[in-house]
Write a protein that binds this ligand. Structure first.
Ligand code: 5AD
Length: 351
C-alpha cells in the first residue's frame, strides 16, 4: 500500500490528507529506499547533478520573539547578543564570493535595530558590490511595505518557514503574539511581490502528530513555494522545550523524499539541523532528494552565539579547506557543487 501511494504521488504530485497520513505512517526502511530512488530520479531530471550552495550570514541574534523552541528567543538571557556591521557583512560576502558563492542569505532574529532604512541600505550595498549574486533575506515577519521596499532594493528571495500549518499546533510552539494565519499571510504577500519564496517546517517538534505533517504537505502544495526548508527539531537547553525529544533523522529524510516527489522543481536544502543531528546527515539529505546546502559564512567568533538548538553544527565554509571538505562530501553522493546563483527553475514538463 505504501509503495502504491508513493507511485501515485510520483505520478500525480498530490495526495489527499488521509493518503498523506498513510504514506507517512506506513513507511519502512524498504519503502524509504524506494522513495529516495524516485526522488533522486526526479531531482536529476530537473537539476541534473548540481547541488547549489548558499552562503549563510547570521547577522544579528537579537530577536523580539519568544518562540518556545528557539535558543535565541527574547527571554533567553544566557545568549551573548551581537549584530554585525554593514562592513562586517560585506566582508563575509567578499570572502564567500572568492570561494565561489553566488547566493548570500542574510538571516537574523527579528531585530528592531535593522529598520527598513538600514535594511534597504544594506541590500543596496550588497547588490552593488556583487551584482551577479542573488540575495536572500530571512528576517521574519514584516509588513507589506517593508517587503516591497526590500524587493525594490534588490532582494531576490525570502525564507520564512511556516513552522507548522496547523493553527492549534502553531499555538503550542509560539507565544500568543504570533499566529499561523499571519505567518501564512506574509508568505502569500512575499510571493505576490515577486520573491522566490521559501517556506518550511520542523520535523518532530513537540506535540507534532502525523496529521500535522499531512496538513503541512497540503499547505505547501497550495502555496507552491520555490524552496522548502525542513529539519529535525532539536531541543535547546535554555528554552521551555529543553526536556523534549528531538525529531528523527529518519522521518526528516522521508519527508524530504516526499517533498521532492510532490514539488519536483523545489529547491530543497539539506539543512544544518540535519547535519547537526548526525555526522553525514546532510549527505543523507542529498541522497533523499535535497539539492541545496547552506554553509556558514558568519565570522567565527560569533558562530557559537547563533545557537538555535544544542550542538548546532558550526563548521563553516569560510575557508577554502571548509569548502573543499563540503565538496568531497557532496561528491560522495554522486552530485557536485555548482558555482552559480542556483535560481529556481520550472520542471521541464511544466514550461
Ligand atoms: N530545532 C530545530 N530547528 C529550529 N529552528 C529554530 N529553533 C530550532 C530548534 N530548536 C528553526 C526554525 C526557524 C529556523 C531559522 O530555525 O524552523 O525557522
Amino acid at each position: 500500500d505504501t509503495e502504491t501511494l508513493i507511485d501515485k504521488l510520483h505520478r500525480e504530485r498530490a495526495l489527499s490528507g488521509e493518503e498523506w497520513v498513510r504514506v507517512i505512517d506506513g513507511r519502512t526502511p524498504e519503502t524509504a529506499e524506494y522513495l529516495f530512488g524516485l526522488a533522486r530520479q526526479v531531482r536529476q531530471a530537473v537539476y541534473g547533478k548540481d547541488v547549489y550552495i548558499r552562503g549563510l550570514i547570521e547577522f544579528t541574534n537579537y530577536c523580539r520573539n519568544d518562540c518556545y523552541y528557539c535558543g535565541i528567543r527574547k527571554s533567553n538571557s544566557h545568549v551573548q547578543r551581537y549584530r554585525l556591521s554593514q562592513d562586517q557583512i560585506l566582508d563575509c560576502c567578499r570572502q564567500g564570493y572568492e570561494l565561489g558563492f553566488r547566493t548570500f542569505v542574510l538571516q537574523g532574529g527579528e531585530d528592531g535595530w535593522f529598520t527598513d532604512e538600514r535594511m534597504v541600505c544594506l541590500i543596496r550595498s550588497i547588490k552593488a558590490g556583487f551584482p551577479d549574486c542573488a540575495l536572500t533575506l530571512s528576517i521574519g515577519e514584516r509588513g507589506h511595505d517593508s517587503y516591497r521596499a526590500f524587493f525594490d532594493a534588490g532582494a531576490d528571495r525570502y525564507l520564512l518557514r511556516h513552522e507548522t500549518s496547523s493553527s492549534d499546533h502553531y499555538a503550542k510552539l509560539h507565544p500568543p503574539s504570533l499566529s499561523a494565519a499571519h505567518r501564512k499571510a506574509c508568505l502569500l504577500d512575499l510571493k505576490s511581490i515577486g520573491y522566490q519564496v521559501g517556506a518550511g517546517f520542523m520535523v518532530g517538534s513537540p506535540f507534532q502528530e502525523t496529521r500535522h505533517l499531512a496538513q503541512d504537505m497540503l499547505f505547501l502544495k497550495e502555496l507552491g513555494p520555490h524552496m522548502v526548508g525542513i529539519g529535525p527539531f532539536i531541543p535547546h537547553r535554555d528554552t521551555p522545550f529543553a526536556g523534549e525529544e528531538a525529531g528523527s533523522l529518519e522521518l526528516t529524510l522521508y519527508m524530504l523524499g516526499l517533498l521532492r516527489l510532490m514539488l519536483p522543481d523545489v529547491l530543497l536544502p539539506a539543512t544544518t539541523a540535519l547535519g547537526s543531528i548526525r555526522d553525514g546527515g546532510r549527505e543523507l539529505g542529498i541522497l533523499a532528494g535535497a539539492n541545496v546546502v547552506m554553509p556558514n559564512l558568519s565570522p567565527r567568533d560569533h558562530r557559537k552565539d547563533y545557537s538555535l538548538y544544542d550542538n548546532k553544527l558550526n563548521t563553516g565554509a569560510e575557508s577554502a579547506e571548509g569548502l573543499a571538505d563540503l565538496s568531497r562530501r557532496v561528491e560522495q553522493t554522486g552530485c557536485r557543487i555548482a558555482v552559480c546563483r542556483g535560481d529556481w527553475r520550472p520542471c521541464p514538463d511544466q514550461e
